[in-house]
Design a binder for this molecule. Sequence first.
Ligand code: ADP
Ligand code: ADP
Length: 220
Amino acid sequence: EATIEVSGLRKRYGPTVALDGMTFTVAPGKVTGFVGPNGAGKSTTMRVILGLDSVDEGHALVGGRPYRSLRHPLRQVGSLLDASALQPSRTGRNHLLWLAHSQGLGARRVDEVAERVGLTSAIRRKAGGYSLGMRQRLGIAAALLGDPPVLVLDEPVNGMDPEGIRWVRGFLRALAAEGRAVLVSSHLMSELQDTADHVVIAGRGKVIADVGVAELIEAA
Ligand code: ADP
Ligand code: ADP
């Protein structure tokens, strides 16, 4: 089952408590929003889910296993962490081809994901000329290469214009409708309230509220 379980994560950087018991679940077929101010521990939690950061206590499981013991991690979990890391002199297509090859995938899959994110012609241009919104779209395309049932997206609408933000909303809804478990972070509730089925609100390394969006709207 394509579920993410985050359970009792604790982590310090020297005197800084980054995670202080972070616990929540991401269900398949839903968009789970992960909201909280800068420094709340969202990126660290996502990095732990993706096996990129260690913890002092607790665990994060994808389909019941730690990321590092998944048989095909890139086909199991797609991620967008930092869309700014692109070589300016290479085309977007080149970048995707390189990532695809490292997963045993070919050019056909690259062109499919580029089309899904609306970059069919833009990927043939050099990444140095891309807006941040285009780099975000390319990052989302990269996350989808392996057709993963689980997606972990850190601030995907950062730097997008209103049209891009609308597009991401619809796109995340479509990915969830395909049965995928989608975890998406933002420091702004307003970016996620129309997108997420469920919102996990984090503050100072832990969950301060974990609610369905329908409940939130009733409360407001
Ligand atoms: P968010 O993504 O919600 O903004 P982060 O997970 O990036 O929060 O950060 C949580 C806390 O951990 C912050 O206080 C941040 O400064 C600290 N932190 C994150 N990464 C590091 C690191 N590599 N070294 C030291 N402190 C870090
Ligand atoms: P975010 O808010 O998305 O976490 P940041 O700008 O806080 O983005 O962090 C970017 C990178 O810097 C991350 O890899 C994070 O772990 C690291 N980082 C964050 N805070 C610190 C810190 N206080 N000291 C060292 N590295 C940090």
